[in-house]
Design a protein around this ligand. Structure first.
Ligand SMILES: [Zn+2]
Length: 73
């Protein structure tokens, strides 16, 4: 089984978009349940970790986000 690693402040791209159309979610809290905030509408969701891991397409870590910012400057 694939292990998905993420931590608070990372961004997750999910396979299924939120009803608002955004696929990007920010991780707020990680435990047996994971709390994420939709980057499109700001709504927060709490999902059990195994279910969330199955729906993750991509993890964008804090470090990667910083690199992106530097590139754009
Ligand atoms: Zn949303």
């Amino acid at each position: 089984m694939r292990i998905v690693r993420f931590s608070p402040d990372d961004m997750l791209e999910l396979k299924k978009p939120h009803p608002c159309g955004s696929k990007l979610f920010r991780v707020v809290r990680v435990g047996s349940e994971v709390r994420i905030i939709c980057s499109g509408c700001g709504r927060d969701l709490t999902l059990d970790r195994p279910r969330l891991e199955k729906s993750i397409k991509k993890v964008i870590t804090k470090e990667e986000k910083e690199k992106e910012k530097e590139k754009n400057v």
